[in-house]
Design a protein around this ligand. Structure first.
Ligand code: ADP
Length: 638
């Protein structure tokens, strides 16, 4: 793959394993440094979503950490109190009321009730917080997507990361934060039970053994979380293929072709072949991890059994009471569970923070389409404009060769320029450069004598009214689809109707059930109307009329219109442009006859330039294209 000019790299790379003992600190600092950086990023994100969220999570974590030992201590006291009574052959009822057992029972149930309340409240707040964090992350992604360079979208690495960020990043941050605070709870719980166990002579070594036995299983857990992450990354192509092939089969636009060519079974087979490749490795990971867990579960079980026997024996011989038995065995189980949870959660937090990298990388993506000057000027509006290309060359990021080579020309005020050339010649690319969606790799483009890069970008964009080949179709109503051309303008019925009449939208809108308020596409509304490609195209043209821009650009806007409709649109355009500078690309050369200047682009180079008559007289490429087309046209219409 070509270097990506500083664009988004696959930004999580495993730190390089240490080469020597001296190299270990470097490895650890990279491993943990990256982790903490990502973790604080998440913390900041959640904090900014709502300060109450991390505060609430921290409170719940403390509560969950402290409560288990309190419950165990109360239970111990209750059981020991009862055992004393049993050992004395039973006591009178009056002694029960004064024994304190009643208060302990009340305390125990109050404790259980409190846990229940805290759990329900925190569960509800957690869900609310989850929704808020998801929306906050989506907001950040949408805000960022407003400014990311178009060139970034051409970079597959960037695109994949953006999709992943969009899909994954929403639910991960809160999950990671809750898990981290779960670790805090486990640490507090662990310490509190260790205090209980280590204060009993003879139990301290048992405690240490129990802790030690939990470690390997936890390490397996940690290791497999990492393997899992790397596997998911490694097989992301297969997973995307699975999504793609299953998506294709339910795609409304593709269903006709799939039915008529009988493609469904082939796509299903392709889905399964991607799944097979993905599943093979995944199954191996799952099976191996389970095998390890079973092994360690047996070891832990046997060790615990030995300790339970030892403690039970002490109760039997009267060295300790029955309440102590429940406290100690419970504490041993809790210590083992806490150690495993600690390491396992750390693994899963670690894995989660790696996924967050996609989001961080996306949000940090550098924007290059920015003004080159500190105080960029707005474009002067409402005047005729001159555009000059000076030795402009362009290469798409990551591509092997230039798509445009050393192009120079001028469009004078009020002129109409037609771009002509075969498919793939570079016409659309030239328009993308003219509108500063991309910057040239070499040379410069001047608008009214100043480099495009010196203008304020938003004001520059507003100067152009453009209809792309792949113009937008929005699931909004007709009126809204037109008004998108200029959201700063108040959308009066008059303005909408005016734009519609110029683009022949009016003819079909009046036949629609709801007129201008008819919802388009059947994505949200049952009564949504589906338009034909040609009708959509007219709507896109109406949008450009509505935009009140100074420079009109049409990139094969009439591709789906019949020859007569196309001619109508072009002559309409010609009338309406009121001496506006206009650029259009059309594969039908008959429309080029209208232009003041025609550029013939061939394989990225400017081959010929002149008006229709001049180019015909030259008998070069334009002449060849024109005569071939008009011959075909005459043949077709005969
Ligand atoms: P035209 O409009 O004349 O049909 P384009 O300007 O769309 O031609 O494309 C010119 C060349 O640039 C083609 O070879 C096309 O494959 C390539 N190209 C277009 N868009 C991209 C892109 N985003 N990334 C890389 N190459 C591209």
């Amino acid at each position: 793959m070509m270097p990506m000019r500083g664009r988004m790299q696959p930004n999580y790379q495993r730190p390089k394993p240490p080469e020597s003992l001296k190299d270990v600190p470097r490895y650890l600092s990279e491993l943990f440094g990256g982790f903490f950086k990502r973790f604080f990023y998440i913390l900041k994100l959640v904090w900014n979503t709502g300060h109450w969220i991390p505060i609430l999570l921290a409170f719940v974590a403390l509560f969950r950490g402290v409560t288990p030992v309190i419950g165990s201590l109360i239970s111990q006291r209750i059981l020991n109190g009862l055992q004393t009574a049993v050992a004395n052959g039973g006591l009178p009822e009056s002694a029960f009321w004064s024994s304190g057992i009643l208060y302990l029972l009340i305390a125990f149930f109050a404790y259980r009730l409190l846990i229940l309340i805290v759990n329900s409240v925190s569960g509800a707040l957690n869900r609310i917080a989850g929704e808020k964090v998801v929306v906050e992350v989506k907001r950040q992604i949408m805000e960022k997507s407003k400014e990311v360079d178009l060139a970034s979208f051409d970079n597959p690495v960037f695109y994949e990361k953006m999709e992943n960020a969009n899909r994954e990043a929403g639910h991960r941050p809160l999950h990671i934060l809750s898990e981290t605070l779960g670790v805090v709870s486990s640490v507090i719980e662990l310490i509190s039970f260790l205090v209980v166990l280590l204060s009993v002579p003879g139990l301290s070594w048992i405690t240490l053994v129990v802790m030690a036995v939990s470690v390997p299983s936890a390490i397996v857990n940690f290791t497999y979380r990492r393997k899992n992450f790397h596997y998911m990354r490694f097989s992301s192509k297969e997973r995307r293929q699975m999504n793609y092939f299953s998506g294709v089969l339910v795609d409304k636009d593709l269903v006709k072709e799939i039915r008529l060519y009988g493609l469904a079974d082939d796509f299903i087979a392709r889905f399964f072949s991607a799944f097979k490749a993905y599943y093979k490795g995944m199954r191996k990971l799952i099976v191996n991890e389970s095998a390890w867990h079973i092994l360690f579960a047996v070891i832990t079980g046997v060790t615990n059994l030995i300790f339970y026997i030892m403690i039970a024996k002490q109760v039997f011989t009267g060295e300790i009471q029955i309440g102590d038995y429940t406290l100690y065995t419970g504490a041993i189980t809790s210590v083992a569970t806490c150690v495993s949870t600690l390491i396992a959660s750390t693994g899963s937090i670690y894995e989660g923070t790696l996924f967050i990298d996609n989001l961080i990388a996306f949000l940090n993506e550098k924007q290059t389409i920015v003004p080159a000057l500190p105080n960029p000027q707005p474009v002067q509006r409402g005047i005729g404009h001159t555009v000059t290309f000076e030795n402009v060359s362009f290469r798409y990021p990551g591509a092997q060769k230039d798509v445009l080579k050393n192009i120079s020309f001028t469009i004078s005020e009020g002129e109409t320029l037609a771009l002509v050339g075969l498919n793939g010649a570079g016409k659309t690319t030239l328009i993308k450069l003219l509108t500063r969606l991309y910057d040239p790799t070499a040379g410069r483009i001047l608008l009214d004598g100043k480099d495009l890069r010196e203008y304020d970008v938003e004001s520059l964009y507003r100067t152009f009214g453009i209809i792309f080949q792949d113009f937008g179709r929005y699931a909004l109503n007709v009126r809204e689809n037109i008004a998108l051309g200029n959201l700063r303008k108040e959308s009066t019925q008059e303005a909408i109707e005016y734009a519609s009449s110029q683009s022949a939208v009016r003819d079909f809108v009046e036949k629609l059930p709801g007129g201008y308020d008819t919802p388009l596409m059947r994505i949200f509304e049952q009564n949504g109307t589906e338009l034909s490609v040609g009708q959509w195209q007219k709507l896109a043209i109406a949008r450009a009329f509505y935009a009140d821009s100074d420079i009109l650009i049409l990139d094969e806007p009439t591709a789906s219109l019949d020859a007569i409709a196309e001619q109508e649109i072009f002559s309409q355009f010609d009338k309406l442009r009121h001496n506006k500078t206009t650029v259009f690309v059309s594969h039908r050369l008959s429309s080029a006859t209208l232009a003041d200047k025609i550029l013939v682009i061939d394989n990225g180079c400017l081959r010929e330039m002149g008006n229709h008559q001049e180019l015909m007289d030259q008998q070069g490429e334009y002449y060849r294209l024109f005569t071939t087309q008009s011959k075909r046209y005459v043949e077709q219409t005969q």
